[in-house]
Design a protein around this ligand. Structure first.
Ligand SMILES: [Fe+2]
Length: 390
């Protein structure tokens, strides 16, 4: 039993010689390669004026007469910058509807990275502070100086390109993580279920949103270091040799190294590195003990073990929910797992709402249908990982 669980979750004794923890082009959518700017102003003349100033630039300009119309455009277009009037009277009639517009753009995951430049005729620091707090990125007060407007726009688009390239890199990492998961045909939608289980436990103990986001990402990225583990070891049927276990264990710190350059993934690094530690200090790679093990790593570990237990593998049958809970409690009694966290987790996994969510990511249904572009990216990543393993 213990061996089966170790094989399913990759848990084993700590390794010697593991490196110590280190401190921690723009996707233009226009076919001509131009940035897309959305102008929002209910006065035709104001939009014409700004369009005139931008005429010589490499921009595709979209126009909206109201903020509601702008939100509809944002639903269907990829926009690189929004230039919006601040005080409007055609939407809700409320003099601060600019605040609401910024909040709505910035609270939508699809549009929250689009910079917003507010153009206003209203002077006053309070106005500017309120706008920036609601998510606007820059303010310009009328009358507009063409040179200033053009310079500000170029600067904001430059920053947007940097953000876009980081986001692309993150997307590639997630695709890579799913490619690694696909190497193991038995795991089905393991990452998806892991993310749901971890977030459910995190929510149950009242973690803030940023921790829940880290758990969600950790569900997908925690084993990304397995790209460095050859199939011959990862899927070996018999006992692993001590050298093979060392390679298997290295997926923790190698995964951390892969993700470390990405600033946005920093909250996920402790999950990637420490998801195989044990409460009594007998885990790896750092042999951390008790609450020295990062909380998010302890949460993901329970989800990882639970999902491995309730999944059918070639070398074992699937556990029932109650059998898996009993096994987790045994591991807590043995000193391997955080006992308080195990107690909460055992309650959380019984919740019908969570079981329904897990039912949407079935154990053996494989990944959902994907677009030709994603399939092609996945093939490239498989080739890349094969090259890396040579
Ligand atoms: Fe792992």
């Amino acid at each position: 039993m213990e061996d089966a669980i170790q094989r399913a979750t990759g848990t084993e004794a700590p390794a010697a010689g593991v490196p110590v923890l280190a401190p921690a082009g723009a996707p233009w959518t226009d076919p001509l390669g131009r940035a897309t700017i959305l102008l929002v102003d209910h006065v035709d003349l104001n939009r014409q004026l700004i369009k005139g100033i931008l005429k010589a630039g490499p921009y595709r300009v979209l126009e909206a007469r109201s903020q509601e119309e702008a939100l509809r455009i944002l639903d269907r277009e990829t926009v690189d910058l929004i230039i919006s009037e601040w005080i409007v009277s055609d939407w809700s009639g409320h003099p601060n509807s600019g605040l609401e517009f910024c909040r709505r753009v910035k609270s939508n995951r699809r549009t929250h990275l689009i910079p917003i430049l507010i153009v206003t005729s209203v002077q006053g620091i309070e106005n500017e502070v309120a706008g920036l707090e609601s998510g606007a990125d820059e303010f310009l007060v009328k009358p507009l100086q063409p040179a200033v407007l053009r310079t500000r726009i170029r600067s904001m688009l430059r920053n947007k390109r940097v953000v876009d390239s980081l986001e692309e890199a993150e997307t590639i990492l997630f695709a890579l993580a799913q490619t690694i998961e696909q190497r193991d045909k038995e795991t089905g939608n393991h990452c998806q279920r892991l993310a749901a289980l971890s977030v459910a436990l995190g929510s149950a103990i009242g973690l803030p949103d940023e921790d829940l986001l880290a758990l969600h990402r950790g569900g997908y990225l925690h084993d990304i270091g397995k790209i460095a583990v050859p199939d011959a070891i990862l899927f070996k049927r018999g006992e692993l040799t001590s050298e093979e276990w060392a390679i298997m264990r290295s997926h923790t710190w190698k995964g951390e190294e892969i993700c470390r350059p990405m600033r946005s993934l920093r909250p996920v690094l402790p999950i990637i590195r420490n998801h195989h530690e044990r409460w009594d200090g007998s885990g790896y790679p750092d042999g951390l003990k008790g609450e020295d093990i990062p909380l998010l790593a302890r949460i993901l570990q329970l989800a990882d073990i639970y999902d491995a237990l309730i999944s059918r593998r070639s070398y074992k049958e699937a556990f029932t929910v109650e059998d898996a809970i009993a096994q987790l409690r045994r591991e807590a009694e043995m000193g391997w797992r955080d006992p308080e966290l195990v107690s909460v987790f055992c309650e959380v996994v019984r919740l019908p709402s969570l079981q329904a969510k897990l039912g949407e990511a079935p154990l053996s249904a494989g990944l959902p249908p994907e677009s030709p572009e994603l399939a092609s990216m996945r093939e490239s990543l498989v080739r890349m990982s094969q090259q890396l393993l040579k």
